[in-house]
Design a protein around this ligand. Structure first.
Ligand SMILES: COc1cc([C@H]2SCC(=O)N2c2cccnc2)c(CCCN2CCN(C)CC2)cc1O
Length: 390
């Protein structure tokens, strides 16, 4: 059966250990003294060299943007490819307390061309009652022409080494493929906002016995949100949103441990990057509900009429007075108003409660969540997960 040559050497839950309840939950390997961490970078193949990417530099940000635009994740039928924007990458990679040394590139020595990238950002993640300083690893990308040169394992070892140098010993990451060993396996769901375009580009298909006009009517949404007091989040809302979010996320087994500093960075609206709304009770002026989504367009590969699909991704949502159904319906309404073609969501947190009723359809892929050097006794249900990685 499938071997994972690299992952079988790493401190991650191994398939052979599944069901072995004698193994304790928590870190798999103890932290080592900094002096014992390898001080020099791992060796790359001779023609390549490490580079640290300064994401404050517009030029370097463009290099990372172009590498991902042409070589990052595609759907299983190679019809679409993620097209994270430069502004999004700068936001995603520079949260409070970030380390530039965790923004790692590989260049061809002669041409100096950026041919691969991997990144980490610091995050406090709570696992049951344990708040752990972790690295969130993301945007691992190797140029299409350098695939199966076994670059990914050495890039993963290098980012691990640099994370260890900052005295951090755990990490969180996701992948569309099964590796040893998922802590949760989630499903993508999509809500059509622009049915004609989604059908024209092959993202959706016209339902059986359905006409286009009937399909457009099926997905039609009101022009304005239904909830009184529904408005964009503003800087003065950071304390109230932090309270609301911390309280909501406390019920999940694994969740982000947001403080006000984190909320200010991750959840204040940024045009074409992240949108967030809240419900301020017209009577009491309390903030009772919150919803957010981030902007991740996709390049449409090989379509003569369209080049980009505008997708919104559900981020963090809390409903305490409004129903989840109505809150997320209002999120769909504002996303449609802003010109998004599709609204994506994973079945994490309480999302399952609204997906079918709001006419989301299941997607073509699963998203597996992983923890590095932290064992969980058993895999979680998606509804036990309060963590969304970008
Ligand atoms: C086409 O349907 C999906 C497309 C995608 C992604 S993949 C790149 C892309 O641009 N996507 C997209 C396009 C348009 C709108 N939202 C997303 C997803 C999410 C990732 C699915 N993983 C990709 C990698 N394998 C191994 C597993 C599945 C789900 C879809 O059901």
């Amino acid at each position: 059966e499938k071997t994972h040559k690299f992952w079988e050497t790493q401190p991650v839950g191994q398939f052979k250990d599944i069901g072995d309840t004698s193994l304790p939950e928590g870190p798999i390997e103890a932290a080592t003294p900094l002096s014992e961490v390898k001080q020099e970078p791992y060796n790359l193949p001779a023609a390549y060299e490490w580079t640290t990417c300064d994401m404050k530099s517009d030029y370097v940000c463009s290099e990372v943007y172009n590498l991902l635009k042409n070589n990052y994740v595609e759907d299983d039928e190679n019809m679409f490819r993620f097209n994270y924007s430069k502004e999004f990458l700068s936001w995603a990679l520079r949260p409070p307390g970030y380390y530039q040394s965790w923004h790692i590139g590989v260049r061809a020595k002669v041409s100096k061309k950026l041919v691969a990238f991997i990144s980490g950002v610091p995050a406090r993640i709570r696992v049951r009652d344990d708040v752990v300083k972790m690295a969130e690893i993301n945007f691992l990308c190797v140029h299409k022409k350098l695939r199966s040169k076994r670059l990914a394992p050495v890039m993963i070892k290098e980012v691990t080494r640099r994370v260890h140098l900052e005295n951090i010993w755990q990490a969180a990451y996701t992948a569309g493929v099964v590796l040893p060993t998922p802590v949760a396996t989630c499903q993508y769901w999509h809500r059509t906002l622009n049915p004609k375009k989604l059908i024209d580009v092959g993202f959706s298909r016209l339902g059986a016995r359905m006409t286009m006009s009937r399909t457009i009517k099926l997905y039609k949404l009101p022009d304005v949100p239904a909830t009184p007091g529904f408005r964009k989040m503003e800087p003065c809302d950071v304390p109230a949103v932090t309270r609301l979010l911390r309280n909501y996320l406390s019920q999940f087994v694994v969740a982000t441990d947001f403080d006000e500093n984190d909320v200010e960075h991750w959840l204040l609206p940024r045009e074409d990057v992240v949108d967030s709304y809240l419900v301020e009770s017209p009577e009491t002026h309390d903030v009772t509900d919150f919803c957010s989504f981030y902007t991740l367009p996709s390049t449409i590969l090989g379509n003569p009429n369209y080049s980009t699909l505008k997708a919104a991704y559900s981020y963090y949502n809390v409903a305490t007075k409004t129903t989840f159904l109505q809150l997320m319906s209002d999120a769909l309404i504002v996303a449609k108003q802003k010109g998004f073609d599709v609204f994506n969501a994973l079945d994490v947190m309480h999302n399952e409660s609204f997906l079918k009723e709001l006419k989301f359809g299941p997607g073509d892929g699963q998203l597996h969540y992983y923890l590095y050097n932290y064992r969980l006794r058993s895999a979680l249900k998606p509804s036990e997960l309060g963590l969304v990685l970008l």
